[in-house]
Structure formats: structure tokens, C-alpha cells
Design a protein around this ligand. Structure first.
Ligand SMILES: C[S@@+](CC[C@H](N)C(=O)[O-])C[C@H]1O[C@@H](n2cnc3c(N)ncnc32)[C@H](O)[C@@H]1O
Length: 257
């Protein structure tokens, strides 16, 4: 059973006040690249932004399994993990503790982070993913998970000065520009000296692309870099994940501090 104190859960999502389009979106509107994105992400249903409400609904029906984490592309799992391990190697300074954001069942924690870091923490909005990670998927390595944070990242503030690496894979796409920028700022404060944030995500070939099924936004790499710069972070390296089928959107890894 998951020790209760390890599951730090907050279900009471605050009412989100209306927000102005972040500067990146202003720029996009000006260049006529991405229209209609702001209205879609800022409608309300049951007190939450429609964008977040739909993602919550989507993941409630996703099974707590590797298939669930990878959708229709199970075959990319090993290539993905190997690409991540090689990229991570270039940036590991300390090996004390890492945070896996949008961890799901801990697929990345298991295959990339736990072999490197002494301790880990996982953050995800879905309780059934975190429970499966702890009770089954991570096996004996679950003993080295210090905390499971069951939070929406847009409302989550990680502890300060704690992590050598903050990993965010396939979850930046689930945050609005403004929430992503603010979350990156909070992650920056959570790093130990020489710590890095690594983001791995789908990047649109052009502009921004909204997927209404899982409620995610894929952004062009330049747009993502703009959000990262607004968060006060410096990009250390960007690398495209090679070996994925051509039919899927390009996936890039970005290391920043
Ligand atoms: C495509 S899965 C990726 C899981 C994992 N990073 C991996 O690569 O296997 C996306 C994960 O992000 C989580 N997620 C989506 N939106 C979130 C949010 N706003 N806050 C926290 N977690 C979120 C989902 O619950 C899901 O576990």
C-alpha cells in the first residue's frame, strides 16, 4: 500500500481568473501564425479551464500501463528511453535527487532516472498512475521514491533547491503558455547548484497545433524557446530525438538552467 503521507494530493482546483494572452501568443497573433488558440485554452467548464478539464477527462480513461503512456506508439518506447539516457549523460552534475514531472506511471523514472539518481520524486495529476507506479511498476525501486505529488503542474510548486534534474516529458504540451512559463520559473528555483531542467516533447513543424482529443498543444521549437527565455532560463542544448517514425510529430529534447 502507498503510505498516505507520501501521496501529497490537492483536489481543490482554484477558480482561474481570466488571463491575457502571454507575450509569445501576442507575437504569434501579430505574425498570423496561431489564431484561436487563446480562446480555446481559456473557456471555462465546471470552474476549470476547458483545456485542463478535457485533459483530466482524457487521462481518467487511460490505463496505467506503458501502452497508456505511449498511446498508439508502443514501438518507440525503447528508442525514446535510449535517446533520453544519452542526452541526460551530458548534463548530470549531481546524482542526489531528480523530479519526474507529468511522470504518469514512472516510465521515464524507471528507464532513465532511477538508474542515475539516488532518490526521486514523481509529480502527476492522476492518482491511479502514481498508485500503479508505487505498488507495481517501479518494483523495489519504489523504495527510493521520496514523495509522489498528485498535483496539477499549473498549481504545483516543487520544493526549493532540491533537484539535480527536473525532467518534463510529454507534459509541457498540456500547459498553456502562461502556466508553462510560470511552472518553469518555479522549477528553476527547485534546482540545486548546477542542476538542469530537461524537457522532451512534441514540437510542431509550424506554429502551434492543438490536439482536442487529449487537450495538448504542440509548439514549434522557436515558440518553446521563447517561453523558456521568458521564464528566465538559459537553453544549454537542443537535440532532436532520432529513430521515431516519420508519421509522428518531431520530438525534441531541451536542456536548460
Ligand atoms: C503522455 S503521458 C506521459 C507520461 C510520462 N512522462 C512518459 O513519458 O511516459 C502525459 C502525462 O502527463 C500528465 N498530465 C497531463 N496534464 C497534466 C497537468 N496539467 N498536471 C500534471 N500532470 C499532467 C498525465 O496524467 C500523464 O500522466
Amino acid at each position: 500500500m502507498l503510505p498516505l503521507e507520501m501521496l501529497d494530493k490537492r483536489m481543490d482546483a482554484p477558480q482561474c481568473p481570466p488571463v491575457s494572452p502571454p507575450p509569445c501568443l501576442h507575437a504569434l497573433h501579430a505574425r498570423n501564425v496561431s489564431l484561436k488558440l487563446f480562446p480555446v485554452t481559456c473557456e471555462y467548464i465546471k470552474g476549470e479551464k476547458q483545456f485542463y478539464y478535457r485533459a483530466q477527462q482524457f487521462y481518467e480513461d487511460v490505463p496505467a500501463s506503458e501502452e497508456g503512456m505511449l498511446g498508439d506508439f508502443m514501438e518507440i518506447g525503447n528508442v525514446d528511453l535510449e535517446g533520453s539516457r544519452q542526452f541526460l549523460k551530458r548534463f548530470v552534475a549531481g546524482t542526489h535527487c531528480a523530479l519526474d514531472c507529468g511522470s504518469g506511471i514512472g516510465r521515464v523514472s524507471k528507464g532513465v532516472l532511477l538508474p542515475v539518481f539516488e532518490k526521486m520524486e514523481l509529480a502527476d495529476m492522476m492518482e491511479h498512475f502514481l498508485l500503479h507506479a508505487h505498488e507495481e511498476y517501479l518494483g523495489d525501486d519504489a523504495d527510493r521514491i521520496e514523495t509522489y505529488y498528485c498535483y496539477n503542474l499549473q498549481e504545483f510548486t516543487p520544493p526549493k533547491h532540491k533537484y539535480d534534474v527536473v525532467w518534463m516529458q510529454w507534459v509541457a504540451c498540456h500547459l498553456t503558455d502562461k502556466d508553462l512559463m510560470n511552472f518553469l520559473m518555479r522549477c528553476k528555483k527547485s534546482l540545486r547548484p548546477n542542476g538542469v531542467i530537461i524537457m522532451k516533447d512534441n514540437m510542431a513543424r509550424q506554429g502551434c497545433k492543438l490536439d482536442p482529443i487529449d487537450s495538448s498543444i504542440s509548439r514549434h521549437l522557436d515558440i518553446m524557446k521563447c517561453i523558456i527565455a521568458k521564464a528566465g532560463l538559459e537553453v544549454l542544448a537542443v537535440e532532436k530525438q532520432e529513430g521515431f517514425p516519420e508519421v509522428i510529430m518531431p520530438v525534441w529534447m531541451i536542456a536548460m538552467k
